[in-house]
Write a protein that binds this ligand. Structure first.
Ligand SMILES: [Zn+2]
Length: 279
């Protein structure tokens, strides 16, 4: 009898050892108020259609969001961005001039940059944003979701200079974050919209995020105007769904979502040698 119990115990310990790495890897974040998942709405490039169409819809629905701004803000729009920040919306850094590869339709060519030049530009934009909202902890989104300056990856330079707390890259509709332990906080993937998505498509993504219990970040540009646009109707449908399901979905800012994650999850230290592409 004693022998049997011992064998059972050995079996139990063996199973526990085998399962441990799996359990650790699948460490789930407990979202606030027992919600099932988190959604972050991010809007890039300081576009007029965001202020005119997306913002009134967001305010009406009471949902928070993050706006990644460039220096394309002026005496007309700055007071509006400032007002939004006061209401709890996040203003993130998207560089001054939006440098991207020359193949993009963009006046600032990232091929002509060095990593240092890019970091300096991000720092200056940080100061500009401080003048707008008075915040010192800033998040960042790579222009065109590219991480290159002069053809070389500058993520590790960004890390070294500690300019950004978290940084967003791109991804597609399958991008749902569930593994936070090994996630590089300066390469947080998102679902970058191509433009033209309807409400159903956006809601289908949210449903997948809820099903996986993870974090889904959506990268939005134009709303009912400008470029890479979705219609104001599609945007409203998405917000309606989020609002109707607020008991299970936490809609918050990019920084707040990740602050919550890393108050619970201990990160694996990033091996910079592995993250650098060396190009
Ligand atoms: Zn952009």
């Amino acid at each position: 009898m004693v022998k049997l119990i011992n064998i059972d115990r050995v079996r139990f310990l063996l199973m526990a050892c085998l399962l441990m790495p799996v359990l650790t890897r699948a460490q789930q974040v407990h979202w606030p108020k027992n919600k099932k998942a988190a959604i972050v709405l991010t809007y890039d490039d300081a576009l007029r259609s965001q202020l005119n169409n997306a913002v009134p819809q967001l305010l009406k629905s009471g949902l928070k969001a993050t706006f990644f701004l460039t220096s394309d803000i002026d005496s007309t729009s700055i007071p509006k961005w400032r007002k939004l920040a006061k209401k709890g919306y996040e203003l993130g850094n998207h560089t001054l001039y939006h440098p991207c590869l020359a193949i993009e339709d963009n006046p600032a060519k990232s091929e002509n940059y060095t990593a240092y030049g890019m970091i300096r530009e991000i720092e200056v934009m940080d100061r500009w944003l401080f003048a707008v909202d008075g915040k010192t902890k800033r998040t960042f989104a790579y222009p065109c979701a590219e991480t290159l300056a002069g053809g070389r990856d500058y993520v590790d330079s960004l890390r070294r200079y500690r300019v950004a707390k978290y940084a967003r890259i791109g991804g597609d509709s399958s991008t749902i974050i569930t593994d936070f332990k090994d996630l590089d906080t300066l390469r947080i993937p998102s679902y970058g919209l191509d433009g033209g998505e309807n409400g159903d498509k956006l809601i289908a993504y949210v449903k997948n995020v809820v099903q996986k219990g993870g974090l889904g970040i959506i990268m939005i540009h134009g709303v009912g105007g400008d470029y890479i646009r979705i219609s104001a109707d599609a945007h409203q449908q998405l917000l309606n769904y989020l609002k109707d399901h607020k008991k299970e979905i936490w809609v918050t800012t990019f920084q707040q979502a990740l602050d919550e994650v890393y108050s619970q999850v201990k990160r694996t230290k990033v091996n910079t040698a592995l993250t650098s592409t060396g190009r």
